[in-house]
Design a protein around this ligand. Structure first.
Ligand code: ACM
Ligand code: ZN
Length: 527
């Protein structure tokens, strides 16, 4: 008899109506139980309780269920969808509880973001007719920080693309958009006090095409670039906030600063008489700011003044990665700073630089986050570390007591190709690869004791765009790997790859309906 149960289960699945089919939710909720029957959402009445004022934004999201495709159904029903904010219900932050019955769907959360995520779950559950299977669901995220990054420096992406990217993040229940705004290949944020940053720094005269490995490199000549005005930045920040996503800007320092140096050469380790040229891509070792000069810090503080006015995020990303030390070694002002501050070497000079910026940030009510190289030469306990050189720097930082975001490149770099199979079509790109399965394998707390695990604030994946020049290509790189990230962020402790694969067809149906260009390998049985 026992042996028959699986067969019965399979038959029951095959006989189920659309509204009764097994749930295919990504990320997988903490608890999800299917019940008999369905709730017909079109024409239902949306009501809200417990909010200080009418939650117009959430009601707008809910209306996508009540009026699918923006069309009000001809007939209103007696069915109700209740959005209930209840801080005393004991639901963890960003979590929600859903009870879907035949005539009433009740969505409860302790905060508005929880209501938003519950609505995302309902949107995933609804079939083409707007029917939602009756169910009881309880859910809350494993990590408070669930980020996706976008490099707009190597290639520039317009506001409309950025908004679409944020839409997909919201559907995947991610909540931090890391916007990589400055680098050697372009400065992309308007700073009123320093207009040359975008007049000069946002435009390059050549771009590398072809493979990174190709020597000599091939270039395409012609003016390329773009930047966001402060109005556009505010527009994106507000758009993200409506989707419960915080935008974390990244202003790179002290390396990866060639665009700023091209605009204002006096920022470098020279008298300002060296001329720089924004990189087509690969660039030499001279792209560093000079920490020997007070004027460099004055510049950065003035820039950051405008940045913190635009971005309400508590965390401001200051880069800090891949800063070569050769220029500092040869610079009399940097050497003078090392002597005067009693520093041992250029690594401690980097540490001096980061500490100074951190002090400024604290004085302005913010915190710094930086790539793991900010650990070089010593770092304060309060700095947030983004571990990209594998997980080891993050593990060390967590053991020291620093807050950590895990983004180890072997799992989280979405610019890496998705398959190593030469028979499969992959656009020209990074020759290293991270399959969907590999992205899914990430365990952010691996090799950490329970107390140290508390330092791991979350997880992020990154889209560097050296090879990625257009929207279709960008979509191909993040879909469906973004779904694997979402599942780590919400459901890391109960991940099951085979079950994930079982649930992914529902997501693919969305990609198809929306016309997204996703990578198909997972669905062809290829890792
Ligand atoms: C990085 O990939 N350089 C953070
Ligand atoms: Zn210097």
């Amino acid at each position: 008899m026992k042996k028959l149960f699986p067969l019965i289960a399979v038959l029951a699945t095959l006989c189920a109506t659309a509204a009764q089919r097994p749930l295919q939710l990504i990320p997988q909720p903490v608890r999800a139980e299917l019940r008999e029957g369905h709730f017909a959402a079109p024409g239902c009445k949306v009501t809200a309780e417990g909010f200080a004022s009418r939650p117009e934004g959430l009601i707008r999201v809910a209306s996508a269920l009540a009026a699918p495709h923006g069309k009000q159904p001809a007939r209103k029903t007696r069915n109700t969808l209740l959005l209930q904010l209840d801080a005393r219900a004991g639901i963890p932050a960003e979590g929600y509880r859903l009870r879907v019955a035949e005539h009433e769907a009740e969505l409860t959360a302790g905060d508005e973001s929880g209501i938003f995520y519950g609505l995302q779950t309902l949107l995933q559950m609804a079939d083409a007719d707007g029917n939602i299977p009756c169910a009881e669901i309880e859910d809350y995220p494993r990590y408070g920080y669930r980020g996706l990054h976008l490099d707009v420096c190597r290639h520039f992406f317009p506001v409309e693309f950025v908004k679409g990217y944020i839409d997909r993040m919201a559907a995947a229940k991610l909540n931090r958009f890391h916007w990589h705004l400055t680098d050697d290949q372009g400065w992309r944020i308007e700073i009123k006090r320093y207009p040359r940053l975008t007049q000069v720094g946002a435009w390059r005269s050549k771009s590398q095409i072809g493979s990174y490995e190709e020597k000599p490199a091939t270039f395409e000549f012609g003016r390329y670039g773009g930047f966001y005005t402060q109005d556009e930045i505010r527009e994106v920040v507000a758009y993200a906030a409506e989707r419960y996503i915080t935008v974390i800007p990244e202003i790179e320092m002290p390396g990866h600063s060639l665009a700023a140096l091209t605009a204002y050469p006096w920022l470098g380790c020279t008298n300002g008489d060296e001329s720089y040229e924004i990189a087509g891509w690969i660039c030499g070792p001279g792209n560093v700011l000079c920490p020997g000069k007070e004027s460099t810090f004055e510049f950065l503080e003035n820039v950051l003044d405008e940045v913190v006015a635009l971005f309400p995020s508590k965390l401001i990303h200051i880069g800090g990665d891949e800063c070569p030390k050769g220029r500092w070694k040869a610079c009399p002002l940097c050497q003078q700073r090392i002597r005067e501050e009693g520093l041992k070497d250029e690594y401690q000079l980097q540490s001096y630089f980061i500490h100074r910026i951190e002090r400024w940030m604290h004085a302005h009510g913010r915190e710094i986050i930086g790539w793991d190289e900010i650990l070089q030469g010593g770092i304060s306990k309060t700095a947030n570390i983004m571990s990209w050189n594998g997980s080891d720097p993050g593990i060390k930082a967590a053991q020291r007591g620093n807050p950590v975001i895990m983004t180890p490149k072997w799992y989280c770099y979405f610019d890496y190709s998705q398959t190593s199979d030469p028979e499969r079509y992959e656009p020209l790109g990074n020759t290293r690869y991270v399959s969907v399965r590999q992205a899914y394998r990430l365990d952010p707390c691996d090799r950490l004791t329970l107390p140290d695990q508390k330092r791991i604030r979350g997880v992020q994946c990154n889209l560097w765009t050296e090879y990625i020049a257009d929207i279709r290509h960008a979509q191909h790189m993040v879909l469906p790997r973004m779904a694997a990230l979402a599942e780590t962020g919400w459901a890391n402790d109960r991940k099951d790859y085979n079950d994930f694969v079982r649930r992914i067809p529902a997501l693919v149906a969305v990609y198809k309906a929306e016309g997204y260009n996703y990578a198909p390998y997972l669905f062809e049985g290829i890792e």
